[in-house]
Design a protein around this ligand. Structure first.
Ligand SMILES: C[C@H]1O[C@H](OP(=O)(O)OP(=O)(O)OC[C@H]2O[C@@H](n3cnc4c(=O)[nH]c(N)nc43)[C@H](O)[C@@H]2O)[C@@H](O)[C@@H](O)[C@@H]1N
Ligand SMILES: O=C(O)CCC(=O)C(=O)O
Length: 409
């Protein structure tokens, strides 16, 4: 079976975990601090704070941005449900904007239509590792005076063209970026997350809130010759990363440039192999973005049944995933009125699939994936079913106006 992903770990990560276990200090401590310093240096961010996963990172980011109950946060539905959930954890309402089908990322031209007097933040996603159009989004956020949060769960090592040079996602281009180290991501600590921010006071707040809002951390009390009594001035959470995870993360970070380079080579090979099937829509990087190819997403012809194609591939020993989910279609958000229709988000969920991609893949593996996909879709390759434009042209269908669904509020 060719799986969707394989973590890239070996004895170096095992040895790092062993070293921490034998050190006698295993929870958030010196390894977490070192991982934060190294991750900040990697991205170019002034501050970093490690947490238990990216969902908790997003929660803390929204709290630092001042999101409170009853507020609205403009974001996408087309994302793993953690994006919308983090807004709901604040008692706020996620207001969903449709995506650009060429990039699977938020369509900046639609953002204005999602605003109301209750909007208190913008939360964008760098979906599948491909940076969204940050220049456009930053302009909108600045014009409105809104904090801008980047869900960079998938985007470790991705780059944005900024002020004439390539910069890492997380440097930070908005106010704060949130990363995931879940095993489905390209570097992993088992589970884990990281915030990078340009604001020193936000970083201090993340470090306070991740550990129960405790005034004096356990590490400080542990090493003190004086008796110290801690206090809890604010409501905090247990969102810590352990030192075992951080030690693994430090090894993963050393590998990250190599992992990204390998994924880029594998993605280029997929594009070559699938080039003979023009009915399949591939993602092409816009001029402002270099993806880490966390996922290699392919748009199927509209007449192809997604589940049938995925089952045929699974039967042949190739694991795939459907297009990115849409939160507004899940029961948990279904009763919430939409401010705009989301046709591109829904089409992307229903008509795209994600192919296996991991550094250990052989050329034989990739040929098998490509040939299986081509065979499973060839009969659906009628010209009228192709998705012109998904190969890189901007495929635009205006949908503001008649299709706009006004909020009932
Ligand atoms: C592009 C999207 O990719 C991912 O979403 P997804 O729906 O593809 O993710 P899921 O299908 O839930 O991914 C879980 C899969 O990730 C793999 N996986 C998860 N944990 C492990 C692991 O520890 N070891 C190995 N070898 N594989 C692991 C398994 O194949 C598991 O079925 C997430 O990273 C999303 O956040 C992201 N938007
Ligand atoms: O829990 C998951 O499956 C993914 C969520 C994630 O990536 C995170 O919270 O770091």
């Amino acid at each position: 079976m060719i799986p969707i992903i394989k973590p890239t770990m070996d004895g170096a990560e095992a040895e790092a975990a062993r070293r921490v276990i034998l050190s006698g200090w295993v929870t958030q401590g010196p390894e977490v601090a070192a991982f934060e310093t190294e991750f900040a240096a990697f991205t170019g961010a002034p501050h970093a704070a490690a947490v238990s996963n990216c969902t908790t990172a997003l929660h803390l980011a929204l709290l630092a941005a001042g999101v409170k109950p009853g507020d609205e946060v403009v974001t996408v539905s087309h994302s793993y449900i953690a994006t919308a959930n983090s807004v709901a954890y604040c008692g706020a309402i996620p207001v969903f904007v449709d995506i650009d089908p060429a990039t699977y990322n938020i369509d900046p031209t639609l953002i204005e239509h999602a605003f109301s007097a209750k909007t208190s933040a913008i939360l964008v996603v760098h979906q599948m590792g491909l940076p969204c159009d940050m220049a456009a989004v930053v302009d909108i956020a600045k014009a409105r005076g809104l904090p801008l949060i980047e869900d960079a769960a998938c985007a470790s090592g991705s780059e944005i063209f900024w002020n004439g040079q390539w910069e890492k996602v997380g440097k930070v281009h908005g106010d704060v970026a949130c990363f995931s180290f879940h095993p489905r991501k390209i570097m992993s600590t088992g589970d884990g997350g990281m915030l990078t921010t340009k604001h020193a006071d936000w970083a201090a707040r993340f470090k306070l809130l991740r550990q129960h809002g405790m005034s004096v951390p356990d590490t400080v009390r542990h090493g003190s010759a004086q008796v110290i009594f801690e206090t809890h001035p604010v409501l905090g959470y247990n969102y810590r990363m352990t030192d075992i995870q951080a030690a693994v993360g430090r090894e993963q970070l050393k590998r990250l440039p190599g992992i990204v380079a390998r994924r880029r080579a594998l993605a280029a090979r997929y594009a070559e192999l699938l080039g003979e099937a023009p009915w399949l829509g591939l993602v092409r990087e816009p001029s402002y973005a270099r993806t880490n190819w966390q996922s290699f997403c392919v748009r199927l012809p509209n007449s192809a049944d997604q589940r049938t194609v995925m089952q045929a591939m699974l039967d042949a020993g190739v694991s795939t995933r459907r297009g990115i989910m849409c939160a507004h279609r899940e029961d948990v958000y279904a009763s919430q009125p939409l401010r705009m229709s989301l046709p591109e988000s829904e089409a992307a969920q229903d008509h795209a699939i994600v192919l296996p991609l991991y550094p250990q893949m052989t050329d034989e593996d990739q040929q098998k994936v490509a040939s299986t996909l081509i065979e499973a879709t060839r009969s659906k390759s009628r010209a009228q079913d192709s998705n012109p434009g998904i190969r890189g042209e901007i495929w635009w269908r205006p949908r503001i106006g008649a299709s706009l669904i006004e909020s009932e509020r």
